[in-house]
Structure formats: C-alpha cells, structure tokens
Design a protein around this ligand. Structure first.
Ligand code: COA
Length: 386
C-alpha cells in the first residue's frame, strides 16, 4: 500500500473493542452501550470501569473501584510544589501535561511493561490507571487555586468523583442537580474511538512508555483547537458574536473568509454529534432549574446552529461535542481556559482503556512516508558554497 491519505482519513490505525461510532446515524456506544443510555443511567466511575474492564461491573466491583478512586485523589506535596513553580499565566492544559508527566517520576515502573506477559500485570496496569484517573481531577482543581495565589482545596473521600471535583474547584458542596449534570458530562467525554489524542496515546504506548507519559502525550494532543481546545473557542466565539441578531452577518463574514466555526464539524459524524444532542438538553434543563435564566450565549448558540445548518449541512457539518459543553461549563462557573482540561479529566479513562487494550498485542507504531526531498548529493564545505 503506498497511497498517502492526508490526516489518515478512513485509515484504520488499530483494532479495538472499546467504542463504536456510526457517523451517518449519529450513534456512539462504549463497549456496546449507547451513549444515551450511559448518560441517563451510568456514572463516571462506572463508565470508567466499563471502559477499562470491558463489562458493566456488579455492585461489589464498582464499590471497590470507587473506593480506589477516592483513596487516590491526593497528590504528593512535591507535585504541588512543581505546580507552584509554574507561571500563573500559563494555560491549564500546559500545566496538566506537565503535572501528569511528573507522576511518572513518583510512580516509576517502566520495567513492568516489558516481557511477554506484561499485559497481564493488572496490579500495575489497573493500579496506574486508578492513580492517574483519580489525580487528574485533583490536578485541574488544584491549579485553579494555585494560579490565583491560594492554597489548593484538599480532595474529600466522602463525595463522588463529580461532586468532589466541583467541591475542589469551588470550595463548597455542589448543588446535587449540577453535580449530576457534571457527572453526565464526564460520561459523555470519557471515550471516543481513535481520535487524535487517543492515537497519540497509542503511539506513545506502543513504545512501552509509562502510562503517565502516555497520558501526557494525549493531553498535549487534546490541547489544540481542532480537537479538545475547541470548547474554549466556542464560548469566545459566541461572546464575540454577542447576540442572536448578529449571527447572520457574522456567519456570512466567517464563511466568506473560509474560517472554521468552532464546535462544528467532525471527521466521523456527518450528522449532529449525539453528545451535542444530550449536552444541549442539559443546558435546557439547567436553564429550567434556574427559573428560565440563561446567558445569551445559549440563544446565540441556537441561532448560530440554525444559520450554520442552512449553509453547512450539505458538507455534513453540524455541532460536535464541544459546541454545547462550553456553554454548560460556563454556566457551571468554570473559567473558559479550564474547559479543555476538564475534558481531559474525563478522557483519561478512554486513553488508559486503549493503552491497556493495546498492550495485549502491542507492536510499535512506525509508519512510513513519501519522501519528497532532494536526491543524494555531495556535501560541500562551507567555504565552497555560493
Ligand atoms: N466550519 C466551517 N466549515 C467547516 C467546518 C467548520 N467548523 N468543519 C468542516 N468544514 C468544512 C471545511 O471547510 C471543508 O469544506 P470544503 O470541502 O469546501 O473545503 C469540509 O467541511 C470538510 O472539512 P475538513 O476540515 O476537511 O474536515 P476534517 O475531517 O479534516 O476536520 C474538524 C474535522 C473537526 C477538524 C473540522 O470540522 C474543524 O476544524 N472543526 C472546528 C473545530 C472543532 O470544533 N473541533 C472539535 C472536534 S470534536
């Protein structure tokens, strides 16, 4: 095979039984369970275990996993010290990549990944997955306080994953409905087949790099605005538009300039992303909960979706997961530049599930290229060059 496919569109990079997308029908399933059912009935803890182990857990298994997560929330003092030495103006995703990578310094174990039976060492593989998934939320919330010059709020073990994150961010126990909605957001963001960041995780994992290095590679890849960074841009874009009446002119100008509309379009989906459908409903539910009060961002987003669909539907460009998640996160009070790190907190479960799956039949990624450079030529000493 020697055809070059830009962006590897349609090129299978692995075999996986973790998640499935039907982009024509708007279907997403984790381990065979439709995302709508998981959003309705599951929790982040259960979904993470489903992704890692492949089956819905029985009650005792879930309780044990939940306890492991709760007991792994604290991060070492030295990691807080590293974070305190970073510039407060830095982006939370750069911080997260640094902090996750630093976990590898404190929890070494690369020797446990070599050898033909390494994939069976669940003590290490599961143990490290728990350590990373539990600590991701702590790192993101800690940074919110550290960068503002305050001491981080210590995690609690009596709260669920979602509740504890909201508590660590805001310093108070969350409204139960908001905590439930946030939990659903984590479920929706936990996994999404072989996207750019998961591919990055697999490439790093294929070298038998440690799981902290694998997740750090993925976090760096998620950062970009064509991937996870889009949720942050969506809110900035809606603020720039200002109000629903201004949508049409704004859109005309953007499309005429061949610019992208943030939070729209997807390599896999040619219809509205099923996660965007659920997130939109959550935004509506939150507005109801608040007695109909909702920022103009939502009205503007609805107007933009309608106007954009008249112009972009023929290209299969519809809202993706990032379109409504940013509005929801803004309404939950999260700073805009934390949206992508919150996405990463949830996605760590998917990245680590793929890492674990790949270890079973690992082969290092080493694609080829189509060389387009010079033929062989003679080196000229600098004094002979013109
Ligand atoms: N706004 C306007 N037009 C868009 C668009 C968007 N958000 N997304 C895709 N298109 C158009 C492209 O301009 C292109 O049109 P053309 O054929 O006339 O040149 C066509 O749709 C195909 O887009 P392309 O960029 O080739 O698709 P891709 O599969 O390479 O890229 C994304 C997918 C997600 C990177 C792309 O849709 C995008 O940049 N979206 C905005 C960023 C975003 O929200 N990312 C989060 C993804 S979850």
């Amino acid at each position: 095979m020697n055809e070059y496919v830009p962006g590897l569109e349609g090129v299978p990079a692995t075999k996986s039984n973790i998640s499935f997308i039907d982009g024509e029908k708007g279907v997403l399933a984790y381990r065979g369970y439709p995302i709508e059912q998981l959003a309705e009935h599951s929790t982040f803890e259960e979904t993470a275990l489903l992704l890692l182990d492949g089956q819905l857990p029985v009650a005792a298994e879930l309780a044990a996993f939940d306890a492991e997560l709760r007991n792994n929330r604290r991060v070492k003092y030295n990691i807080a010290a590293i974070m305190k030495s970073l510039p407060a103006t830095g982006h939370p995703m750069e911080m997260l990549q640094t902090a996750v990578a630093s976990l590898g310094m404190f929890y070494p174990g690369s020797e446990r990944l070599t050898g033909p039976n390494a994939w069976q060492d669940l003590d290490y593989i599961h143990g490290m997955s728990v350590k990373i998934i539990a600590r991701m939320a702590t790192l993101v919330a800690m940074w919110e306080h550290i960068r503002n010059g305050y001491d981080p709020i210590a995690p609690r073990t009596d709260l669920t994953y979602a509740q504890n994150f909201l508590y660590m961010m805001n310093g108070r126990e969350p409204d139960p409905l908001i905590a439930k909605m946030f939990d659903t957001c984590l479920v929706l963001h936990a996994e999404h087949t072989i996207n750019a960041s998961t591919f990055a995780a697999l490439v790093a994992g294929s070298t038998l790099a440690t799981p902290s290095a694998v997740v750090a590679s993925a976090v760096g890849t998620l950062f970009g605005p064509l991937h996870g960074g889009a949720n942050e841009r969506v809110v900035e874009m809606l603020e720039e538009i200002g109000s629903p009446e201004k949508v049409k002119l704004w859109l005309d100008a953007k499309l005429a300039a061949k610019e992208k509309i943030w939070g729209m379009g997807h390599r896999e989906y040619k219809v509205k992303d099923p996660r965007a459908v659920i997130l939109q409903r959550l935004v509506e539910k939150l507005a109801e909960h608040r007695g109909g009060k909702m920022s103009r961002l939502f009205d503007t987003a609805l107007a933009l979706e309608e106007a954009a669909s008249a112009r972009l539907a023929e290209k299969g460009v519809y809202p993706n997961v990032d379109y409504y998640s940013g509005i929801l996160y803004a309404e939950m009070g999260f700073p805009t530049d934390q949206f992508t790190s919150i996405f990463a907190v949830a996605r760590a479960a998917g990245w680590l599930a793929h890492w674990r799956e790949q270890l079973r039949y690992n082969r290092i990624f080493r694609p080829t290229q189509m060389y387009t450079g010079e033929g062989l030529r003679h080196y000229q000493p600098i004094t002979d060059r013109q």
